[in-house]
Design a protein around this ligand. Structure first.
Ligand SMILES: CC(C)(COP(=O)(O)OP(=O)(O)OC[C@H]1O[C@@H](n2cnc3c(N)ncnc32)[C@H](O)[C@@H]1OP(=O)(O)O)[C@@H](O)C(=O)NCCC(=O)NCCS
Length: 429
């Protein structure tokens, strides 16, 4: 279904249109995926991919921009796309807060730099703010795009390369047991373990249904079909409850290289035991894995720490604070004290000065909007997004001139926003 809408200024001669999916294919939804494929340089989607897409985006808002009909380039296709939907983010201490998730952002190459992304983003943020959401989130293909819209890097991902040729030995025996599982037969288990992970980890972003299809090998978007190389291993704790699951593939028949596609572990013992099992598989020499816990116990749990090499640190989640009162009120605070900060927001959603008082670690914050910014540190709204899960430190942002103020004001920002736990997000979207 497609409907015209004009809540935001759209550059002439374009028009903004909302497309929705009831889960089954329609021409309008097919056209959105065709446009997304064009923007992301993907192969032309097959019928099977168009069917999957319609199912995956059911319930999402598919925002599109069109040029006047007939489009001389690709009749029927939008020139720009952005999908939005509501899901949850863990803000610390187990609280899951609804947020706008933004994905499938594309502008056709022949319509770039005419303000179409800005139009789509302004539309999405204004609607989210009007709906009372505390923030919006996304993952990015390029680091240079979203800072100007007030997004700050809020969670990071690190990759590892593990030597698995016999040198991998743990210095302790983790609790629990490990067993292999039919990857297509454990959907509920995957969902249950992720749900537990999501509640336990500050910075975790909730997942859409396609994640289970990807982890099980039922559907791989890069392959445009099933991934028959996927294997899965489950870790059970001493009570027999599943608390970790990994999906991996081996590079080729009789291959020696494992690539982890997804690992969800709710405890360090589950994570370490899963690594040990992977490293113990015969013929395997190397394991590579993305999105490893920034605070992983792995290098401390092996006899030779050089078998674990961290290979890539990159941004994963980007957070755009829209409602400072709400965002601060639902945050899990780990330190007693007060901080006053003035937020600079060129888009206007979060401009102002706030004082946050926390009576005791773990207590909810009292959040007050204040008129006087004399005692306040000053920071841009993207910096606030980076501080929010404790990933960006106040002192580092101050050294980069992103937080300014007296030494005491900066120290208060650093201390109050720092967290005892380390944010851990494993979900791309
Ligand atoms: C990235 C993309 C969506 C930008 O769309 P666009 O319509 O050209 O962007 P706009 O014209 O609205 O530009 C808005 C601002 O962002 C800047 N900008 C846009 N794309 C940029 C990029 N890739 N790198 C740096 N700056 C960028 C523009 O210069 C402009 O800056 P200004 O407002 O300060 O003048 C588009 O180039 C695209 O589809 N790229 C391929 C797919 C992709 O990477 N999508 C992002 C997925 S996360």
């Amino acid at each position: 279904m497609a409907e015209s809408t004009s809540s935001v200024q759209v550059p002439d001669p374009y028009r903004l249109e909302l497309v929705t999916s009831d889960g089954s294919r329609s021409e309008a939804v097919d056209n959105v995926l065709q446009a997304v494929a064009l923007g992301f340089h993907l192969a032309q989607p097959s019928d099977a991919e168009l069917e999957r897409y319609a199912a995956y985006v059911a319930g999402q808002q598919l925002w599109t921009i069109r040029q006047p009909d007939p489009d001389p380039e690709f009749p029927g296709l939008p020139v720009a796309t952005m999908a939005t939907y509501s899901s949850t983010i863990n803000t610390g201490h187990g609280h899951l807060e609804p947020a706008t998730f933004i994905t499938d952002v594309t502008v056709r190459a022949s319509h770039r730099r005419r303000g179409l992304l800005r139009t789509l983003m302004t539309n999405a943020l204004t609607r989210s703010k009007d709906e009372g959401l505390a923030f919006a989130a996304l993952t990015a293909t390029e680091g240079s795009i979203y800072g100007r819209f007030g997004y700050g890097i809020s969670t990071r991902s690190q990759s590892v390369e593990i030597v698995a040729d016999g040198r991998f030995k743990l210095n302790h025996t983790p609790q629990g047991t490990v067993s292999m599982a039919d990857p297509l037969a454990i959907d509920d288990l995957r969902l249950a373990v992720f749900s537990e992970f999501h509640r336990a980890h500050r910075g975790s972003h909730n997942r859409e249904p396609w994640h289970v299809d990807f982890s099980s090998g039922r559907w791989n978007p890069q392959m445009g079909g099933p991934n028959r190389r996927i294997r899965s291993i489950v870790h059970y704790n001493d009570d027999g409850e599943p608390d970790g699951v990994v999906s991996y593939e081996i590079d080729k028949d009789f291959g020696s290289r494992i690539t982890v596609r997804d690992m969800v572990a709710t405890t360090a013992d589950a994570e370490v035991a899963l690594w040990e099992f992977l490293a113990s598989i015969d013929l395997i020499e190397t394991i590579t894995a993305p999105k490893v816990d920034p605070a992983t116990a792995l290098p401390w749990a092996v006899e030779d720490p050089r078998v674990v090499k961290f290979t890539r640190h990159t941004d994963l989640g980007w957070l755009r604070i829209l409602d400072v009162d709400k965002a601060m009120a639902v945050r899990g605070w780990d330190h007693q004290g007060s901080v006053t900060f003035h937020v600079v927001d060129p888009m206007g959603y979060a401009e102002g000065t706030w004082r946050v008082d926390v009576e005791a670690p773990g207590a909810p914050a009292a959040v007050t909007k204040v008129d006087d910014s004399t005692d306040a540190a000053t920071l841009d709204v993207a910096a606030l997004g980076s501080l929010y899960f404790g990933m960006g430190r106040g002192f580092s942002l101050a050294a980069a001139h992103r937080v300014t103020g007296t030494d005491e004001q900066i120290a208060a920002v650093d201390r109050m926003f720092s967290t005892v736990d380390v944010a851990h997000n494993i979900s791309e979207f």
